[in-house]
Design a protein around this ligand. Structure first.
Ligand code: NOJ
Length: 558
């Protein structure tokens, strides 16, 4: 048996449901086709009615928007595209009045090339203190015209860019693990740590309830910036074998930040985006004096197959239990194909890799995808710990899988010459009103990415009050999860189904009682045990009362 227990459940984040808002795509107040902070504030009632505990908002800071705001030019201000600092204050105020906590994104690995520090670095000579805040190096080769090492950008191409020095000659190179306009900071320079602590305090003083930390495993690079062994697979092998990820020294940063947030009242939280494997290495980020949570990407990448699901859940619970942290669960975010689309493809054992989908690719089975997505969500929302939802999954939204190339804005698309389509498919503006232009995203018909036709029928107003809608299912599940304190439960697997290849079955025991979760992942129809009462079901049961394929039920014997 493993899971959280009620003694530690006094911390709100241990069993919270946190909803991710991607601000440019949630709600537009000014009609320019891009979502904004006033748009979020105006729609917060949706989240209160949904029943989540908190929202996490992706970056809204001053930025040239080359990576949709993950390229920050001023960490202490709001980009005019999204509003003003006063709008951020109003959002915090209304969210808090509705009982919703607000987590903001912190991007400490890199800034925008438009940040004042980087501009000063460009204007200063090699070896200057201004250059020392970033990773500037001389090039290799006789004339220095080869990159300092062989690292590749995650968005494609080399991770180094050569600059032209003030005297007009080709000069040093700087490291950018992401877009060329996202130079990496040098975290071995104490000035960088001091600046980021000051940024954290700036937002804590304004009242935010925590931070989601971008690229939390990447801040510190191996001394000497050695070449990477390209024979290792980036995401699936041991991340710490690579010189740019998961260095031991990064934990000093999180110990320092934990001390900072603990100076403040209100139980504020640090959540790391750390693509680290194996799970034991990831667990080190959530030791008692470091981050509170990390995202569980192993779970997100698990196919809809009973043995894989069981193994991922067991391993996740064990890894976090080893350090006393809550396990987290997530199925979708702004960087991956939505689960309603991923699950519309045949499922194969092993981690799912889901690059963007285009019109020329095989298209998903949409209805199968949403059926499985609802079933998978019902598994997730019963699990002990904390769960993250991505905007629009409560509507069963699919990715836009047929975006025209001209519409694509993710830098990955351009940097790979279109070889990788990128992440725009999951970032399409939310449909609020089916009959309005732009599906009611804002007061105009304009949306920064075109919405697929099916979004109109999936709009919030179409699903509100419709008994079998995905929105009403999410509302019901979140209410039940809360009533039964499922996030504080302890999970056990019944022996007789421990290796079942088609049925996933577990029980979550909480102070309120026990809820059995039964997911039919692959068989024709599974009988519900006698005497069990169905609390919720992801789709209609069979006429004979059995649980059909790709359906999950929550059961109670009480
Ligand atoms: C992870 C973010 O989630 C992603 O959207 C972004 O492109 C990279 N980090 C770089 O900041």
């Amino acid at each position: 048996m493993s899971g959280a227990n009620s003694e530690v459940a006094t911390h709100w984040w241990r069993d919270a449901v946190i909803y991710q808002i991607y601000p440019r795509s949630w709600a537009d107040a000014d009609g320019d086709g891009v979502g904004d902070l006033p748009g979020i504030t105006a729609r917060l009632d949706h989240l209160a009615a949904l029943g989540v505990d908190a929202l996490w908002i992706s970056p809204f800071y001053t930025s040239p928007q080359n990576d949709a705001g993950y390229d920050v030019a001023d960490y202490r201000d709001v980009d005019p595209l999204f509003g003003t600092l006063a709008d951020a204050d109003a959002l915090l105020d209304k969210a808090h009045r509705l009982g919703l906590r607000v987590i903001v994104d912190l991007v400490p690995n890199h800034s925008s090339s438009e940040h004042a520090w980087f501009q000063a670095a460009l204007a200063s000579p090699p070896g200057s203190p201004e250059r020392a805040r970033y990773l500037f190096r001389d090039g290799r080769g006789e004339r220095g015209d080869e990159p300092p090492n062989n690292w590749q950008s995650l968005f494609g191409g080399p991770a180094w860019e050569r600059i032209i020095e003030a005297d007009g000659t080709p000069g040093q190179w700087y490291l950018h693990l992401f877009d060329v306009s996202q130079p990496d900071f040098d975290w071995s320079n104490p000035e960088v740590g001091d600046e980021m602590e000051s940024v954290i305090r700036f937002w804590l003083d304004r009242g935010v309830d925590g931070f989601r930390i971008d690229v939390a495993h990447g801040l510190v690079k191996a001394a000497g910036l050695p070449d990477e062994d390209h024979s290792l697979d980036r995401h699936l092998s041991r991340t710490d074998l690579m010189p740019m990820w998961d260095r031991d020294e990064v934990h000093d940063v999180y110990r320092r930040w934990r001390n900072v947030v603990e100076e403040y009242d209100g139980d504020r939280v640090l959540v790391g985006e750390a693509w680290v494997t194996p799970a034991e290495r990831l667990a080190r980020y959530v030791r008692a004096d470091e981050l509170h949570q990390t995202f569980n990407f192993d779970y997100l990448m698990t196919p809809w197959l009973a043995p894989d699901q069981r193994a991922a859940i067991t391993a996740s619970l064990a890894a976090t239990a080893s350090v006393g942290a809550p396990t987290t669960w997530v199925l979708s975010n702004h960087d991956v194909v939505r689960h309603a689309t991923r699950l519309g493809y045949p499922q194969r054992p092993g981690p799912v890799s889901a690059p963007g989908i285009g019109a020329a690719d095989p298209q998903p089975d949409r209805l199968l995808g949403v059926r499985r997505a609802r079933a998978a969500t019902m598994v997730m929302l019963a699990l002990p710990g904390s769960a993250y939802l991505y905007q629009g999954e409560e509507l069963g939204l699919p990715d836009a899988t047929e975006l025209p190339d001209e519409a694509r804005q993710d830098p990955t698309f351009a940097r790979t010459g279109g070889r990788e389509l990128g992440r725009d498919g999951c970032r399409v503006p939310i449909p609020w009103e089916g009959a309005s232009p732009g599906c009611g995203f804002g007061p105009s018909a304009s949306t920064w990415l075109p919405q697929p036709k099916v979004y109109a029928e999936l709009a919030v107003d179409r699903q509100q009050g419709a008994a079998d809608s995905t929105l009403e299912l999410y509302r019901a599940l979140l209410a039940l999860r809360h009533d039964w304190s499922l996030g504080q439960g302890v999970l056990s697997w019944p022996e007789e189904l421990a290796d079942d290849a088609e049925v996933l079955r577990f029980t979550v025991t909480t102070p309120r009682g026990a809820v059995a979760v039964l997911a039919n992942v692959g068989s024709d129809g599974v009988r519900i045990p006698n005497a069990a009462r169905v609390l919720a079901s992801s789709a209609e049961l069979g006429q004979d009362g059995t649980v059909p394929r790709d359906v999950t039920v929550w059961l109670s014997n009480d």
